[in-house]
Design a protein around this ligand. Structure first.
Ligand code: FES
Length: 172
């Protein structure tokens, strides 16, 4: 399965690994991601393979924004593992319509903040760092929100571009 498929009210995707130990390591990092997002997928693995299946039980076992956010996070995590990133920063750039019930990071300028952080990390010559956008991380009220792996550390970004760029120091 090269991408996520919707199967019986869940998103599902499988990956191939060269052995079982690497699949187990990936499963452990996915578990940490699930804890961080407070949304728990079923993860199964064996020799050379791993499968993730996510559904929202509270919504009657259907696929919701939470599953898409988790799927996006797992994709990035797997990409990071494959490319050997030392740190991986996900910045929420989700934008809700004006007047929506919950605030959104996109409306607080998170795209610009993410770009500033990315440029700053590059200018500092930091190796093995990936800064990228993500969907809603469900910390909308605290936003602009970001999460840094592998430690799964939450950041609330300052709203000034220069201050957000300075956070790259923490990625050393
Ligand atoms: S909109 Fe950014 S965490 Fe929800």
């Amino acid at each position: 399965m090269a991408t996520w498929d919707e199967v019986d009210g869940a998103l599902e995707r499988a990956w191939a690994f060269e052995d079982m130990a690497k699949a187990a390591q990936a499963a452990q990092r996915i578990a940490a991601l699930c804890d961080t997002l407070d949304h728990h997928a079923d993860v199964s693995f064996g020799w050379g393979h791993l499968t993730v299946r996510t559904t929202t039980h509270d919504a009657g076992h259907t696929v919701t924004e939470k599953d898409h956010a988790l799927a996006e996070g797992v994709n990035a995590l797997m990409e990071g593992i494959a490319e050997g990133f030392r740190k991986h920063v996900f910045v929420c750039t989700h934008e809700r319509a004006e007047g929506a019930q919950r605030p959104s990071c996109g409306r607080r300028g998170s795209m610009e903040l993410m770009m500033a952080l990315k440029r700053s990390a590059k200018a500092m010559g930091l190796e093995g760092i990936r800064v990228q956008k993500s969907g809603c991380l469900d910390r909308c009220e605290e936003g602009p929100s970001a999460v840094v792996y592998p430690e799964a550390t939450w950041w609330t970004l300052p709203t000034q571009v220069e201050e957000a760029a300075a956070l790259a120091e923490r990625l050393r």
